[in-house]
Design a binder for this molecule. Structure first.
Ligand SMILES: [Zn+2]
Length: 128
């Protein structure tokens, strides 16, 4: 009688799986380490009333600037305004033009004159 082995049977052998109790105390089997998710931008929608689009824009700029003072991590340049029932018609509140050193213009959208970086003494650029 021949032996009970076959070259086609799976031979289960446990080799070292990159760890073990004798190698630093890590378990022999562990789930693969997960990479941290990259941060993403999200949008908050706030509602308020105004007499018309111009008043709404002025109020929205004030709200965005006030919130950015309280919470500097907010992306002020991403602030937008839309009618409450038409979010697809959102319009940017701030210029956001990119300057020569990579800074962004913090002035309101479609402003006249030079672009200005945020803060006192911020860089100005453009044709004016
Ligand atoms: Zn600008």
């Amino acid at each position: 009688m021949r032996d009970n082995t076959s070259p086609y049977w799976r031979q289960r052998t446990v080799e070292r799986l990159g760890g073990g109790r004798d190698a630093g105390g890590a378990p022999l089997l562990a789930p693969p380490p997960r990479a941290a998710r990259p941060v993403r931008f999200y949008t908050v929608h706030l509602g308020f009333t105004a007499a018309g689009p111009a008043d709404a824009r002025e109020l929205a700029v004030g709200y965005a600037e006030a919130l950015s003072l309280l919470r500097p991590e907010l992306a002020l340049g991403a602030a937008a305004l839309s009618p409450a029932d038409a979010w697809h018609r959102a319009e940017r509140l701030f210029c956001g033009a990119v300057g020569p050193d990579g800074e962004r213009c913090a002035d309101v959208a479609e402003h006249p004159g030079f672009h200005h970086a945020a803060g006192p003494g911020g860089l100005g650029w453009g044709d004016g």
